[in-house]
Ligand binder design. Structure first.
Ligand code: ADP
Length: 358
């Protein structure tokens, strides 16, 4: 197995900078996800690693092999990179059987018949598709085709596996099962993996670490917990899970805490954070972190309930305090018109601006 290092990777299409100075070190055996909205540069980054597009500058190395040294005229061609690749559309050859689909990359690599058959058996065994070796792709379900595509990417035992939205053609239930299964297989094989998705729940569930991207740039790199619990900016706080954002003004900022005046005239105590112009700030808090309380005190707020939504495992309430509107989530059904809530200081994050402004 091998690690992957992207250094200052930049990819331009004319005036568009699709990937802007990306720096990531994926450890050997790690499962790293590139996550971000459509058009943020995930696939372009992945394709550059695979050699399917041309990077403009920077470097790409796998183990001690340099695949791209910064010179666009001097890149290692895709077939020499020894990388397994699975796309959203499984791209199986329709006129070849499952076994023939797997044989092709091995024949390209001039692997003899006996070893080829052995490896096909092994790869189909890994994805639990051995009984289907002689079927054609159209005789398989979407989930089965996706497993065959994965087996085809693994059959020549690449040290690096690249997955571009591989589960997005599956229905929701199957997709959830497939991601658990995929992660188990990846851990068993210990193959270094880059996974591309725009689905934040999927990224949180499968990854060792997540690189959150927006407009070609990496906004944060961290474990799922770090990304969810300590978002680096308001874009990440908004894109991963959901957050309320309160406009405020910094009144006092210390080493451990800050005091912020909100638009309803009240003040809350938060961790310290950077301010924007004229001391303006945005306080982010997740709906499920806001608590119901019986007594007034620091960081409490009386709010009216404007809307109630039953979400199955929790209720979501749209609430208001003066001009401030936000959401809270709790398992309890609330009948009252107005309630007292507490905004726990430790779950607040302070940013200089709202998502979209940065
Ligand atoms: P994602 O995978 O995150 O949805 P992409 O990597 O496909 O995003 O695209 C990133 C940006 O690069 C987008 O603005 C897209 O329009 C642009 N782009 C991608 N491929 C090309 C291309 N071949 N020519 C011109 N622009 C491209």
């Amino acid at each position: 197995m091998a690690d992957l290092v992207l250094q200052n990777l930049t990819i331009k299409y004319g005036a568009v900078t699709a990937v802007d100075n990306l720096n990531i070190h994926v450890a050997s055996g790690e499962f790293l996800t590139l996550l971000g909205p459509s058009g943020c540069g995930k696939s372009t980054s992945l394709f550059a690693v695979a050699g399917l597009n041309h990077a403009t500058s920077g470097t790409i190395s796998v183990g001690d092999r340099v695949l791209f040294d910064g010179n666009p005229n001097n890149t290692v061609p895709p077939e020499k990179r020894n990388i397994g690749l699975v796309f959203q559309s499984y791209a199986l050859w329709p006129h070849k059987t499952v076994a023939e689909n797997l044989a092709f990359p091995l024949t390209l690599r001039k692997i003899g018949r006996a070893e080829r058959d052995e490896r096909i058996k092994e790869a189909l065994g890994l994805v639990e598709m051995l009984p289907y070796a002689d079927r054609y792709p159209f005789e398989l379900s979407g989930g089965q085709q996706q497993r065959v595509a994965l087996a085809r990417a693994l059959v020549y035992r690449p040290p690096l596996l690249l997955l571009d939205e591989p589960l997005s053609n599956l229905d929701a239930k199957l997709r959830e099962r497939a991601r658990v299964w995929l992660r188990e297989l990846q851990e068993r094989l210990n193959v270094t993996t880059i996974y591309v998705t725009h689905d934040q729940a999927e990224a949180l569930a499968v990854s060792d670490r997540i690189a959150v991207m927006s407009m070609g740039r990496m906004r944060q790199l961290g474990t799922p917990r770090e990304i969810y619990e300590r978002p680096a900016d308001s874009f990440v706080a908004d894109f991963i899970g959901s957050s309320n954002f309160f406009d405020g003004t910094m009144v006092e900022s210390g080493t451990d805490s800050a005091r912020i005046r909100l638009a309803d005239g009240g003040e809350i105590v938060t961790p310290p954070g950077p301010t924007g112009k004229d001391g303006s700030v945005v306080v982010a808090i997740r709906p499920e972190k806001i608590e119901l309380t019986g007594s007034t005190g620091p960081n409490t707020m009386r709010v009216s309930i404007e809307q109630r939504t039953y979400l199955g495992s929790v209720w979501q309430y749209a609430v208001r305090s003066g001009p401030i509107e936000f959401r809270i989530q709790t398992p309890s059904e609330l009948k009252e018109d107005s309630i007292l809530v507490r905004i726990p200081q430790e779950h607040c994050a302070v940013f200089p601006d709202k998502p979209g402004a940065n």
